[in-house]
Design a protein around this ligand. Structure first.
Ligand code: S3P
Length: 176
């Protein structure tokens, strides 16, 4: 079965939606942030603090490229993963990629003050996060499909189930 990869900014609901989708589709749920943490042997804020963002990005790239060789996965990707060109290319080739789209203010309300996300720490976090969001938008939009993720997770899941099934029907038309 074709992988389904969820991309989008922090707070767009990739993990919540991904877990539900994996259950509904009987696929395996994977969270790239969790795999990066397992590989590094430390939580993400510690990777950023001790080794820097570039080291985090390299681990993230390795993790996603490995996953792209598998099938039957629902992947919740870290918000920056899809921004890396080689990661993006591998995801678009191996998976149906869905962008969970929501306005910045909606996302900010969900993520503000989260100590588990190093990009949101320190002075001026709001402005930095907003600029990051704006710069990433055109890249997120290169996903195969975009869904409105400002709605409750259940609704996003329902739409993505339809999208996934429609895509499979298109890819494997029934004979007769
Ligand atoms: C990041 C998003 C985080 C995590 C890391 C960096 C980003 O994942 O990978 O803190 O660059 O947007 P979530 O999108 O799951 O919060």
């Amino acid at each position: 079965m074709l992988n389904l990869a969820l991309v989008g900014f922090m707070g767009s609901g990739k993990s919540t939606v991904g877990k539900q989708l994996a259950e509904e589709l009987d696929l395996i749920y994977v969270d790239t942030d969790a795999l990066v943490e397992a590989k590094a042997g430390m939580p993400i804020p510690e990777i950023f603090a001790k080794q820097g963002e570039a080291a985090f990005r390299e681990l993230e790239r390795e993790v996603v490229l490995e996953l792209c060789r598998e099938t039957h996965l629902v992947m919740a990707t870290g918000g920056g993963a899809f921004i890396n060109p080689s990661v993006r290319e591998a995801l678009l080739r191996s998976s149906l990629v869905a962008y969970l789209d929501a306005p910045f203010e909606t996302l900010w309300e969900r993520i503000r003050g989260d100590a588990g996300r190093p990009l949101l720490s320190g002075e001026g976090a709001y402005d930095r996060a907003r600029a990051l969001y704006q710069s990433r938008l055109p890249i997120y939009r290169t996903a195969h499909v975009t869904v409105d993720a400002s709605r409750p997770a259940d609704e996003v899941v329902r739409e993505l189930l339809e999208v996934y099934h429609a895509h499979r029907r298109q890819a494997q038309p029934r004979l007769g």
